[in-house]
Write a protein that binds this ligand. Structure first.
Ligand code: SER
Length: 317
């Protein structure tokens, strides 16, 4: 990658990825784009920034041409809970945006990264150590767009030779930019509430395990896969990756060893609970390990140490 266009640059992943890419590839070589126009307020640095609604294919291509990009990292999408509330809008944004990104990559001969998700699995998928290649019959609209996206990225590689790559992200935890409208968001909120109020009410029920990862590992994985030797890649898109699997009471216990007064209660949201139950308990990342050396640095303990420390600094306490 030399000059990279990032969509969804003000989102949970994008805001941190743009900063990291700018530190590695140079500020002028990373073009941040987002549907919002207030990049300055969100602190993603002083490099190029363009307002882009990814459903506008002409503007997508024009921005790619203007900056002569050679890689597109396409992050703009609606997350699972929001998509369930607005399925038609989610299909349009997630799929039209993806097609426009792939077409831009095809025309400009770019590398292309699109994230899939643990949401690409469903209730009939093996729930523990879910294999890379297995049954995928998701029951959420978000999951349907993710499976469709995985297939479409494979198709663009096979049919047009576009260098598509991607991972299935688990829930991502970070202290920088909050996620918006996901099912795994509780695992971020719980840390903010622990630091601010010493208590949290979870909308996900006790015993509901999902895969998770700390943001620094997600950023490293994205860059590592984009820089991986293509001859080593058997799969190209939708690599299972995960760093840990936990239920709400597990993360609460990790917080309680550091903040003993912390109290976890439950008020389960049936919509997000149903989504969570349709996803695996844990996925098997061994293809990512074997094909491009995926190796996360953070587990629940080290992530909890870092999250609490960084959130205390952020709050000035
Ligand atoms: N974290 C996402 C969500 O909860 C999963 O990709 O929607």
């Amino acid at each position: 990658m030399k000059t990279i266009l990032v969509t969804g640059a003000l989102g949970q992943i994008g805001s941190e990825l743009v900063m990291k890419l700018r530190s590695l590839y140079g500020e002028d070589h990373v073009v941040g784009t987002d549907i919002r126009s207030n990049a300055d307020d969100l602190g993603i640095g002083g490099g190029p920034y363009e307002t882009l609604d990814v459903t506008d294919g002409k503007r997508f291509l024009d921005i790619g041409k203007k900056y002569r990009v050679d890689a597109v990292i396409h992050l703009a999408a609606l997350l699972s809970a929001k998509a369930e509330a607005q399925p038609q809008r989610a299909w349009h944004l997630n799929m039209t945006g993806l097609v426009n990104g792939l077409e831009t990559a095809r025309e400009l001969h770019c590398q292309f990264f699109a994230p899939s998700s643990i949401a690409a699995f469903g209730p009939s998928t093996p729930q523990d150590q879910t294999p890379q290649d297995t049954i995928q019959r998701p029951t959420t609209l978000y999951g349907v767009t993710k499976v469709s996206g995985e297939l479409l990225c494979d198709y663009y590689y096979q049919r047009f030779g576009v260098d598509t790559r991607g991972v299935r992200f688990p829930g991502l935890i970070s202290y920088v930019t909050p996620p918006g409208g996901g099912t795994t968001d509780y695992a971020v909120e719980i840390y903010y509430h622990a630091v601010q109020h010493k208590k949290y009410t979870s909308y996900i029920a006790a015993g509901t395990k999902m895969d998770m990862m700390y943001m620094p590992d997600a950023l490293d994985a994205t860059i590592q896969l984009m820089e991986a030797d293509p001859t080593k890649l058997v799969h190209r898109n939708a690599f299972n990756i995960s760093a840990m699997s936990f239920a709400p009471e597990d993360v609460a216990a990790a917080i309680q060893t550091r903040i003993p007064e912390f109290v976890l209660t439950y008020d389960v949201d049936p919509v997000r609970q149903r989504i969570a139950e349709s996803w695996p308990n844990s996925i098997d990342p061994s293809c990512a390990v074997d094909e491009w050396g995926f190796r996360p640095r953070y587990d629940l303990e080290s992530m909890t140490d870092d999250m609490l420390q960084k959130l205390r600094i952020k709050r000035g306490t």
